[in-house]
Design a protein around this ligand. Structure first.
Ligand code: NI
Length: 200
């Protein structure tokens, strides 16, 4: 085969490879989006709040929900993120703040009792609502939010385990629909800007 033909063939294979790669990459993304372009994140849930009240997503309609999944035994990620959320809520003005319910949902239902959750959330913000439930209830909600969490052995932690979990803050609108999310590492300032933009 002449050298030129080989070069053309390699070129074609490269283009084909890149196309297949691009197709595979965009594949899953189209699955999480409806035809209108709204990501399919969120849905109904049924849990218990830190005061002991049985709640569902319906109880939070009429306000924005700012949702974060984590656990009270988390050594650093969760406390840091909850402080970021609290900082953002405190810097957007009372009028906007009152339109948002911040929710902290446990991914460690085995240990996070209602009582533990109640004493935990008060460390961060008076508006913060802690949600607990059975493993089934938590799994169901985690699935609708596409949140990853997993119990992992860690001998250095209490009870010999810790929870691996994604650290994403979700903003849902007054009808419970996904608006946007804030990825891990977002500062209080950036989050506040994002909230103002979404609410105003
Ligand atoms: Ni955590």
């Amino acid at each position: 085969m002449p050298r030129k033909a080989i070069a053309v063939l390699i070129g074609l294979l490269l283009v084909l490879g890149v196309s297949v790669f691009a197709l595979l990459r965009t594949g899953p993304a189209t699955n999480v989006t409806t035809q209108s372009g709204t990501p399919l994140i969120g849905g109904s849930f049924s849990l218990t709040d830190h005061t002991g009240k049985q709640v569902t997503d319906q109880d939070y309609l009429g306000k924005y929900m700012l949702i974060y999944f984590g656990f009270t035994y988390c050594p650093d990620i969760c406390p840091t993120e909850l402080q970021i959320i609290a900082g953002a809520l405190d810097s957007i003005g009372d009028k906007r703040r009152k339109q948002i319910t911040p929710l902290f949902v446990t991914v460690d239902p085995e240990r996070d009792t209602r009582e533990l959750m109640a004493s935990y959330v008060e460390n961060f913000h008076p508006d913060l609502v802690g949600l607990v439930g059975t493993l089934e209830q938590i799994k169901k909600m985690g699935k609708t939010y596409r949140v990853y969490f997993k119990k992992v052995v860690d001998k250095d932690r209490p009870d010999g385990y810790t929870m691996d979990h994604s650290s994403i803050v979700f903003l849902m609108d007054k009808k419970g629909r996904y608006v946007r999310h804030f990825s891990h590492g977002t500062t209080s300032k950036k989050m506040a800007e994002g909230l103002i933009k979404a609410i105003d």
